[in-house]
Ligand binder design. Structure first.
Ligand SMILES: [Zn+2]
Length: 151
């Protein structure tokens, strides 16, 4: 099973590759949490001013490929860069308006990962998530969260 330490190391790696030009203005950490059937993760500003990225706790299991976690982290970091749940000024009114996240990811060379992710979601998500989850329930949160069916 993957650990939160592993996850934080990936955060640093993804940051360096995805957006070395974007300065880290506050403390940013990432944790595995929840076990969602319809969500990959979300980003949240904490009371102490730090930013926390949450990745679906089901993704601890190695049956979920690394690239699913990397794209989830990358997606949330684009929100950070756009000023959602970060100290940066908000650049857009809504976090997903006009496909801004995927556009930015593609512009920064993450298009291949997005394609892999899309294929995995299409072909494997339901089976994998069902096998990892005993009790099926869906969890819904605020608009900056990432939903399975928002692609
Ligand atoms: Zn999002």
């Amino acid at each position: 099973m993957r650990s939160d330490e592993w996850l934080n190391a990936k955060l640093e790696e993804v940051w360096q590759v995805l957006m070395p030009d974007v300065e880290k203005l506050n403390k940013v950490s990432v944790v595995f949490k929840g076990n969602w059937k319809t969500k990959f993760g979300h980003i949240k500003k904490m009371k102490d001013g730090s930013t926390q990225i949450v990745v679906n706790g089901l993704f601890r299991n190695e049956v979920v490929p690394d690239y699913i976690i990397l794209t989830t982290i990358a997606h949330e970091l684009i929100h950070y860069m756009h000023g959602f749940h970060s100290p940066y000024p908000k650049r857009f009114r809504y976090p997903h308006q006009g496909g801004i996240v995927d556009k930015e990811l593609k512009a920064r060379g993450f298009g291949v990962l997005l394609k892999l992710e899309k294929d995995w979601v299409k072909n494997s998500w339901v089976e994998v998530i069902s096998s990892l989850k005993g009790n099926a329930y869906a969890s819904y949160t605020q608009d900056s969260s990432r939903r399975l069916f928002c692609f």
